[in-house]
Design a protein around this ligand. Structure first.
Ligand SMILES: [Zn+2]
Length: 69
């Protein structure tokens, strides 16, 4: 058992899923698009991504901050 850690970058097959819509984990409805809201912060720009149906936040991404790429 030397594979204690799951390395997601070693998944062999990626299946294109253009025809499959993801589901929002909050409202359970299909996600046709995401709202993106830009946050200006002192350490760079951050983007909030949230569901167009229930408006709950699905993720945050940072871009060009000085402390991470
Ligand atoms: Zn939702």
């Amino acid at each position: 058992m030397n594979r204690a850690r799951l390395r997601t970058d070693r998944i062999a097959t990626y299946i294109p899923a253009e025809e499959v819509k993801p589901l929002c984990p909050h409202c359970g409805r299909e996600i046709d698009g995401l709202y993106q809201q830009q946050l200006d912060e002192s350490f760079g720009k951050a983007y909030l991504w949230f569901c167009t149906n229930c408006r709950k936040t699905l993720g945050v991404s940072h871009r060009k901050g000085f402390w991470m790429g």
